[in-house]
Structure formats: C-alpha cells, structure tokens
Ligand binder design. Structure first.
Ligand code: RFL
Ligand code: PHB
Length: 401
C-alpha cells in the first residue's frame, strides 16, 4: 500500500493550498480529487480575498498572477431605502482592504504549481472512506481509473467540502453539527459586460437582495435573491436585467451594464458547523467543516485560514514531534469560524427579505443599515468583519513555529 505523510481528500482551494504550504515545508502529501481538472478550475464561486488570504497565496508562491490581475478594493457600497452609503474599508480598519480575484483563478494557479513542482494530485480519484482515525496510520480508500486503491497516511486532512466523506471519520456520537438554512437562494450570473460600479454593491430592497460584483474590468458577476427551488430556466436574461435594475438602482444611481450572460445558476444558502474539526489523526478544513452563506464573502477565506493554522501545526509536528498545535487546531479554528458564522448570518438576515416578511422586520433591517451608515462604530464593526482579522489565527500567530 502506498504511504504518504499527509493524505489530502479534496482538491478545492483548501486542499490545494495545504498541499502547496506543506510542500514548501518539505512535507510530502497526496491530493485526491474526485472531479476532473476542468471542472475544478471552472466552478464559479467566491470572488473576494481577505488580506490574510492574499498573504497566504503569496507565501505559497501563488501570488504572481493574482498581484497582476486582482483588483484591490478599498470600499463597498450598501444600498437601502433608495439611498447609497459607501464604507471606506482602510479608513475604518486601520488600512486594510480586500482583493477581487476569483476562486477559479486561485484554483488554476494552485493546480498549475502543484502539477509542476508538488506531490501527486490525482483527479478522478473518489474517496470512499477514511478509516483508522484513532490509529497511527489512518487509511484512505478511494477509486481511481476504475480500480479500488488505498493510501496509508500519518495524517489525513478532509478538504472535501460540505458533501464530503472525511467528516464521517469523526464518530457520530462525538460529532456536533450546528445548522441554519434560509428561506431564499441566490441566482448568480456572469456577464460579458464591464462592471458599472467601481466597488461591490450590496442592495437591500423589498423585492429582495441584490449584489453587484465583478470578475475583471470586462466581466460582471451579479446576484439576485430568489425563492428556494427556483429554476434558472424561469429567469430569461431580460427578466434578470430588469430585476437587477429595480433592486440596484439607488436614487439617481446607475443601472448595471448589460452584456451577454455566459453562466447562470441558483445556489441555496446555508450556515453549518461540524465540531470538533479534528479526531485523532483526521483533521477537517474549509467547507468540509463549515459553511457560511455567501453574503459575507467568508467561505474561501475561512478555508485558507484553517489551512494556514494546519500547515503550521503539521510542520511543527514533523520538525519537532510536538503535537501541541495540532491538539489546539480545532479550538483555534473554531474561534474564527464562529465569528465568521455570526457575521455571515448578520449580513444575510439584514440584507434579505424573507417570503411574507412583515413590515416590522423590514423597519428593523433599515434601522440597522441606517446605524451602519451613521455611526462610525457600527461602520467599523461591519468593515472589520468584512476585511477579516489582521493576522492568521493560532497560538503562535503571526508566524513563528
Ligand atoms: P470546495 O471548494 O467545495 O472543495 C472541495 C473539493 O473536494 C472534492 N471532493 C472530493 N474529492 C475526493 N473524494 C471525495 N469523496 C470528495 N468529495 C468532494 C470536491 O470535488 C471539491 O473539489 O471546498 P474548500 O476547498 O473547502 O473551499 C471552500 C470554498 O470553495 C467556499 O467556501 C467558497 O466558494 C464560498 N464562497 C465565497 N467565499 C469567499 O471567501 N468569498 C466569496 O466571495 C464567496 N462567494 C462562495 C461565494 C460560495 C458560493 N457557492 C457556490 C456556494 C459565492 C458562491 C456563489
Ligand atoms: C462574488 O464576487 O462572487 C461575491 C462577492 C461578494 C460576496 C459573495 C460573492 O459577498
């Protein structure tokens, strides 16, 4: 049976970044990804990177194209009640900003690096189970090219997303799940149209939430709140543009620029945390352990934050034999996870309109948004959460091992 130091289940951003950080520490790993390369590289998802994620990608040697093509954003706009309010992120957070650089591009950069200089990254390798979490040699069972295979590991990291199998390595009696679903989804489109706004626009409206984001100076990414169970086929392009106009246009404001729609999909909204994030020699990272609704732009950033803590902990373990950081891994990550869960829930419930929402709730939402627009303290609270913590989490942050 093949053996590796760290078996990584899932080749999304969490798994790929972990493999890269371990490689730079001289720790070998194998990444097993069930999908093919094209699918993983084209999956439309996150767009906003916090500073610590940007720093992590640079430290991983994956920052070259990001620094050339990524768009640094110093503000976001909140639209509500017919008006618009800009949050100046650096002014409110002591100089921090975010970067717009799509997850698809992060994944492409990390895949290219891994294939060029890293350990094995197997596409089409579907993990069936992770066994022996409480032994010294956990085993990953997977199927590749029609054959059943096994990988013996010193540690296994489950980076296999919300529907992954790795979390089942934590005995059911010991696993705690916390979950919230929301009575609405997002319809997301990509359009070949220059973004009409310089910064992201988050719009509250009684017709439902809308978000104007971007992928590049020529590609817009736009979202509309829609009912759960919506069929994208019920939303021809013309209907989408008309609805975006109604929701995004503040008093005297501009409509989004229109252009050919190149992708259209509906995504449900969910909050979820699985605890603990470690059982024996199996550790969970990213969406495998926690999901946030996308309104706070936290999912990818949490995945990167977990992986930074984990790479440092595994590196300490390999260099010194100490399991101190590994022992602290779950608690260390969960502090940041729950902060992000709260922020994502807050942004979601403040900006969306529930089906049949009563006017009282709408007035509460507007009062909260008004508070952010008029109180520097409330604005700073939102901005700090949006740009994320200044340093990576962890007992030894920011850096030393
Ligand atoms: P992923 O990306 O889901 O990757 C998991 C990988 O594991 C593979 N896999 C398996 N492989 C082998 N064997 C198995 N049995 C396997 N089961 C699964 C899968 O094929 C996949 O490749 O999780 P990861 O790496 O933890 O990364 C998490 C992020 O993808 C996610 O949190 C973000 O995309 C969330 N998110 C956003 N996050 C942000 O930080 N900023 C944003 O602006 C933002 N916007 C978004 C988002 C997520 C969205 N959707 C679609 C949920 C916008 C959207 C619309
Ligand atoms: C995106 O660009 O896809 C995006 C940006 C901000 C969010 C969610 C998604 O809050």
């Amino acid at each position: 049976m093949r053996h590796t130091t760290v078996g990584i289940v899932g080749g999304g951003p969490a798994g790929l970044l972990l493999a890269r950080l371990l490689h730079l520490e001289g720790i070998d790993s194998v990444v097993l990804e069930s999908r093919d390369r094209a699918y993983v590289e084209q999956r439309q998802r996150a767009g906003i990177l916090e500073q610590t994620t940007v720093d992590a990608l640079r430290a991983a040697g994956a920052g070259g194209r990001m620094d050339r093509e990524g768009l640094v954003h110093h503000g976001i706009e909140l639209r509500f009640d017919g008006g618009a309010h800009r949050l100046d992120l650096p002014a409110l957070t002591g100089g921090r900003s975010v970067m717009v650089y799509a997850q698809t591009e992060v994944v492409k950069d990390l895949v290219a690096l891994q294939l060029a200089e890293g350990g094995p990254l197997l596409f089409g390798a579907e993990v069936r189970s992770v066994e022996g979490a409480d032994t010294d040699r956990p085993v990953v069972r997977y199927t590749h090219q029609g054959r059943e295979k096994e990988l013996s590991c010193d540690y296994v990291v489950g980076c296999d997303g919300f529907h992954g199998v790795a979390k089942r390595a934590v005995p059911e009696a010991e696993r705690r799940s916390y979950e919230r679903t929301y009575p609405y989804s997002w319809l997301g489109i990509l359009a070949d149209a220059p973004p009409a706004y310089d910064e992201l626009v988050y719009a509250h409206s009684e017709r439902g939430f809308a978000l104007a984001s971007m992928r590049s100076p020529t590609v817009s990414r736009l979202y509309l709140q829609v009912p759960n169970g919506t069929d994208p086929g019920d939303w021809p392009d013309e209907r989408i543009w008309a609805e975006l106009d109604l929701r995004l246009r503040a008093d005297g404001g501009r409509s989004p620029n229109r252009g050919p729609v190149t992708a259209k999909s509906v995504l449900p909204m969910r909050s979820h945390v699985t605890e603990p994030m470690r059982w024996g020699r199996v550790l969970l990272a990213g969406d495998a352990a926690h999901i946030v609704p996308p309104t706070g732009a936290k999912g990818l950033n949490l995945a990167a934050a977990d992986v930074l803590v984990l790479a440092r902990a595994l590196s300490r373990r390999c260099a010194t034999g100490s399991t101190e950081l590994l022992d602290a891994y779950s608690d260390t990550c969960l502090r940041r996870v729950w902060r992000a869960e709260h922020f994502s829930w807050f942004m979601t419930t403040t900006l969306h309109t529930e089906p049949g929402q009563d006017p009282f709730r709408t007035r509460l939402q507007l009062a909260q948004l008004e508070r952010v627009a008029t109180s520097p303290h409330a604005a700073a609270e939102l901005a700090e959460n949006y740009v994320g913590p200044a340093t990576p989490a962890g007992p030894s942050a920011p850096g030393g091992r």
